[in-house]
Design a binder for this molecule. Structure first.
Ligand code: SF4
Length: 259
């Protein structure tokens, strides 16, 4: 967001399962697309995750995750629609040779998924109204992870879009020994529970702004999805209205998490 444009500031106090989240935020008073609210919402998610991490470390546990460990970059990463649009913009801005190499990796990933018989299930999540239940998704998640296929954005075991990576990638931290992450299905992993899944909040915001299901797009199809729909979803909202809608989506999410 441009700092020279007029902004409206807010002091937020959001109650999460791991403590109160207090933040001062500012949004442009003018009209912005839904993708412009992503950095602010990710920042709230990261602060909530930090609260959870602090609680964990104060209890005596340590975080095992380190730069260069990309074990969880072989999982199926769910991407919210606004983040899929933002990812497409990131990729479109890459130098052409880098973009070409990246798109080849996306195509290779899709071939691997097709050959493994997972394409239909994953494309259903990306493109159909039927998102299925968590129970239905579990076998798909397991089959995806069993392929041990690196995310197309992974280069030399480092995320090539680290600053712009999806919210879901920011919410995976473990306290169990890093070696156990080599097989997340067989080994007993201690994951720090995410108090505030911003990908889901952004998907709810998308549903409220554009109608439709709370969609989470499997990452290998996120660029395809955004390419198909980018000319259709071009509405803008005033910054304060979009923030208000996003906070409503967050409140709905947190209410569903409370016991
Ligand atoms: S986007 Fe980056 S952090 Fe996320 S799975 Fe891909 S390589 Fe890993």
């Amino acid at each position: 967001m441009e700092s020279s444009t007029p902004h409206e500031s807010y002091n937020l106090n959001i109650q999460t399962p791991v403590g109160d989240l207090r933040a001062s935020v500012a949004v442009p008073t003018g009209f912005i697309p839904i993708t412009d609210i992503i950095p602010l919402m990710r920042s709230l998610g990261e602060q909530a995750h930090q609260l959870a991490t602090d609680n964990t470390t104060q209890a005596g546990d340590t975080i095992s995750c380190r730069k260069g460990c990309a074990a969880c970059c072989r999982m199926m990463i769910p991407v919210s629609p606004p983040e899929a649009m933002a990812l497409l913009a990131v990729v479109e801005a890459l130098p052409s040779a880098k973009k070409e190499r990246l798109l080849e990796r996306f195509q290779a990933a899709q071939r691997t998924l097709r050959n493994a018989g997972l394409e239909d299930g994953l494309k259903r999540l990306a493109f159909s109204e039927d998102q299925g239940t968590d129970e239905e998704l579990e076998p798909l998640n397991r089959a995806y992870y069993a392929l041990q296929m690196p995310c197309p954005f992974l280069e030399d075991e480092i995320c090539s879009i680290y600053e712009q990576r999806p919210s879901a990638c920011r919410e995976l931290l473990v306290t169990s020994p890093a070696e156990l992450c080599q097989d997340l299905i067989q080994n007993p992993i201690q994951l720090i529970p995410s108090p505030f899944r911003i990908g889901t909040v952004l998907s709810k915001l998308w549903r409220d702004c554009y109608q439709g299901p709370v969609r989470l797009i499997p990452l290998p199809y996120a660029l395809d999805w955004a390419t198909v729909y980018k000319s259709q979803y071009t509405r803008t909202w005033s910054g304060p209205e979009l923030l208000s809608r996003a906070l409503d989506a967050a409140a709905e999410y947190l209410q569903r998490q409370s016991p």
